[in-house]
Ligand binder design. Structure first.
Ligand SMILES: Cc1ncc(COP(=O)(O)O)c(C=O)c1O
Length: 405
């Protein structure tokens, strides 16, 4: 393992050399079924031909122009992205490079909206316990998990976390004199795949509308078709029973299928708030990322493709529910978390160690979320037979690790 990196990741003992569809191959040629998509990034699997082609073609034309000029690739992508998010009320977009940067931009946008309309002091952003919004000093402040806060204070002020689902806590914290926005993951990822309830989201939409507090959705992990709709928030209704609309939506991770990108989308209230010089990013909207993003949007955002994600997700969820040693299975579409009797990490390690050339045996890549939860975020190109194969391996790994404990 390389000693040249800072020690920030618990790196597993495997070095990848190439990928194809739902499969990754290490430098020795061992094969791994990828149920992680690089944490919800490689939505279309590895080496997806139209994506590779679009990136290569754009790279051959021009890699980058600064945002003082226009780019045909970035313009086409922005138009398609706003169109894809229009059902959620989105009108325009700022392009960035990562999820944390998108959420930073969203907080700035919410604060400026509030400042322009109500003056100073109304800048608090409410988020949920168990949420994950990024690793910068501001997005850590937004993240409602103590374990990420150790050692790094003081944080940006003006963030409050409440328990998801607790409508009376929401009602008392959403003070119209001090709160600018409410930031929610419709399905929390990092904390173990926790969907918010319809009642909670409807109450949030009512309270935010009444108090002119911005309703903001972090769709960085749960968006982009992952749960079977383009945005996860589309599966909710507002307090009047209408399709839910947001004031701000953030996206990143899989938006360019494996190339860094982030996006802050703004609705009716916020689309005119930023003026020239208010925000910027050297690489934001980079033409190569935009060309890749256009392929992702064109491929994923069709009814047939989204229905397939849901169908595959239902198949995988139903199969995992049948496995012994599985306690609870949660999720939507191909965003699945399941609690097991013992620690998740040894199961994840055993999934990698299982790869064996001599026995012609593949490994399985999974993610954990907390001590006892395994998290699956497979690529959308996963086939039914790969689902079967993966479930058989999970069953074998659970049997082995439970019997050894
Ligand atoms: C919901 C959510 N928001 C924000 C982030 C931060 O994204 P990035 O790592 O690209 O900064 C993540 C990353 O896991 C996430 O899952």
């Amino acid at each position: 393992m390389s000693n040249f990196f800072m020690n920030t990741y618990h790196r597993l003992p495997v070095t990848f050399a190439k990928g194809e569809g739902s499969w990754l191959y290490d430098i020795d040629g061992k094969k791994y079924l990828d149920f992680t998509s690089g944490i919800a990034v490689n939505l279309l699997g590895h080496n997806y031909p139209p994506l590779v082609r679009a990136v290569s073609e754009q790279a051959a034309k021009y890699l980058h122009v600064c945002n003082y000029y226009q780019s045909d690739a970035s313009d086409a992508f922005a138009e398609k992205l706003v169109e894809a998010c229009a059902p959620a009320g989105m009108k325009n977009v700022f392009l960035a490079n990562s999820g944390a940067e998108a959420n930073e931009g969203a907080c700035k946008l919410a604060r400026k909206y509030s400042l322009l309309k109500y003056g100073p002091g109304r800048h608090t952003i409410v988020t949920l316990q168990g949420s994950f919004h990024g690793r910068t000093i501001t997005t850590l402040a937004a993240t409602g998990q103590e374990k990420f806060h150790r050692d790094f204070g003081p944080f940006t002020e003006g963030f409050i976390h409440i328990q998801g689902g607790d409508i009376s806590a929401l009602e008392s914290v959403l003070d119209s004199k001090s709160v600018a926005g409410l930031l929610i993951e419709a399905v929390q990822g990092e904390s173990g795949i926790i969907p918010q309830s319809q009642e909670f989201i409807a109450a949030a939409s009512k309270l935010c509308a009444e108090r002119d507090i911005l309703l903001m959705f972090d769709e960085i992990q749960c968006g982009l078709g992952r749960t079977g709709t383009f945005l996860a928030l589309e599966q909710y209704q507002d307090f009047l029973g209408n399709p839910l609309k947001a004031d701000i939506v953030t996206l990143a991770k899989g938006l360019a299928g494996g190339i860094p990108i982030g996006a802050v989308l703004a609705g009716e209230k916020t689309c005119g708030v930023f003026g020239i010089g208010d925000h910027g990013s050297t690489f934001g909207g980079n033409p190569v990322a935009a060309a890749a993003g256009l392929v992702v949007l064109k491929t994923v955002n069709t009814n047939e493709f989204l229905q397939e994600i849901k169908r595959k997700g239902d198949l995988l969820t139903a199969a995992i529910k049948q496995l012994p040693n599985v306690r609870e299975v949660r999720g939507r579409g191909l965003m699945i978390g399941f609690d097991i009797e013992n620690n998740a990490w040894p199961v994840l390690e055993a999934g990698i160690a299982r790869a064996d050339l001599g026995r012609e045996q593949c490994g399985l890549l999974m993610l954990s979320a907390g001590n006892n939860t395994l998290r699956l975020l497979p690529p959308y190109v996963l086939t039914d037979s790969e689902i079967e194969q993966g479930v058989a391996i999970i069953s074998e790994l659970l049997n082995k690790t439970v019997n050894n404990s």
